[in-house]
Design a protein around this ligand. Structure first.
Ligand code: TXA
Ligand code: MG
Length: 355
């Protein structure tokens, strides 16, 4: 966007946001403006989902490819009925168990949803976020809110208002600062239009948790196989990328530590600035190497800890002008599937295996 706009920066109590602040932002949404707001996953960039012009502005502000549809956020599960065409038993089960929460449902869309939101698809992605500020904003706006993550396209999703300001300050009308996002990674996107549900993007609700309620749930093979086209348009883009190159180093702990040390020395000889993303277990070892940047993401078997820190860490690598980021890998069970999916994408699937 060429024209710089004045971005209002509004700090709120995440648990009890002041009504006047939220009312002001609801008014901006109703008037066709863009407001970034916190959710339990990441910050979203919101616009009135029923206003095509406002939704077009989202794409402009983010530099988002036109074929990447938006998620519609609601504050009342009943609204699914007016936004979709047909009822679904599986959807009812998901809503009952996981909403409000980090699960997005893809369902056949109702006519009133503009094609700008769904990027021309006949389905719509809907979620009810589990965050007092997001819910209050949707209620005050009085309309469903279309919101992608509030980052410039291709950058790590924002987990702090500061990240939003960094990417979108001067391009959007307001940023509501409600502190850090609890989960730190995006919602799970689940396609319910086929007989067996399909995970289009792993996220805050694990496949195991979904299968406990729904029975068999498939994973879109396009997520893990770099050679296959993902079913969800957004998933094909290289996301979550810091400016430096990320390399994942996987395998037996001691071998991984040795390999990371070797790669660090090689890179240093070339004059590169090197960052290490470490597990808690290996942190002491890497501290001794004095890398240009060291982040301890969490315990190997605690992907939830890693999720909460990952995007902030990738951005910090950029702030420290890191050229090469050597990262350990983490457990893939539960939230770990989403964590490793984001780390693999950040690495462009560049991985060294030490066995
Ligand atoms: O946690 C989240 O989901 C955050 C917060 C703000 O709610 N939002 C978010 O939005 O991550 P975004 O736009 O960054 O990612 C939306 C994903 C994209 O991969 C997009 O392709 C997919 O959802 N999606 C949206 N509508 C779809 C549809 N009708 N069919 C398939 N995939 C869809
Ligand atoms: Mg995004």
């Amino acid at each position: 966007m060429d024209d710089k706009v004045k971005t209002h920066y509004i700090k709120v109590d995440p648990w009890q946001p002041a009504e006047t602040d939220i009312a002001q932002c609801g008014e901006i949404i109703r008037a066709g403006g863009l407001v970034a707001f916190p959710t339990e996953t990441v910050y979203g960039l919101g616009a009135n989902a029923l206003d095509r012009e406002a939704c077009r502005r989202i794409f402009q502000a983010k530099g988002r490819p036109q074929d990447n549809p938006l998620i519609v956020h609601i504050a009342d599960a009943q609204d699914v009925q007016m936004l979709t065409r047909s009822g679904s038993t599986l959807a009812a089960l998901c809503i009952d168990r996981f909403w409000p929460g980090p699960l997005t449902l893809v369902l056949p869309k109702a006519a009133q949803i503009p094609l700008e939101v769904t990027a021309g698809l006949d389905t719509v992605a809907i979620r009810m976020p589990d965050h007092p500020v997001a819910l209050a904003l949707i209620k005050q706006a009085g309309v469903p809110i279309a919101a992608p993550s509030a980052n410039l396209s291709g950058r790590p999703s924002p987990t702090l208002a500061e990240h939003v300001r960094e990417d979108l300050g001067g391009r959007i009308d307001a940023i509501i600062d409600g502190g850090a996002c609890r989960i730190g990674l995006e919602s799970t996107v689940l396609d319910l239009t086929e007989a067996v549900p399909i995970i289009l993007r792993p996220g805050g609700v694990s496949r195991e948790a979904l299968e406990a309620i729904l029975g068999k749930v498939n994973l879109d093979p396009g997520i893990t196989d770099a050679g296959m086209k993902p079913r969800s348009p957004g998933v094909k883009y290289q996301h979550y990328a810091p400016r430096g190159q990320v390399i994942l180093v996987e395998g037996e702990r001691r071998l991984v530590q040795v390999r990371i040390e070797t790669e660090l020395c090689k890179a240093r000889e070339q004059g590169l600035k090197v960052g290490i993303l470490s597990s808690e277990e290996s942190a002491a070892c890497y501290k001794q190497l004095k890398p240009d940047y060291l982040a301890v993401l969490g315990a190997k078997q605690e992907p939830g800890q890693v999720a909460a820190k990952l995007y902030h860490t990738l951005r910090s690598c950029d702030h420290n002008n890191i050229d090469l980021i050597l990262a350990e890998t983490f457990a893939t069970s539960g939230m770990g599937a989403a964590v490793m999916n984001r780390m693999e994408k950040a690495a462009g699937y560049h991985r060294i295996v030490e066995i």
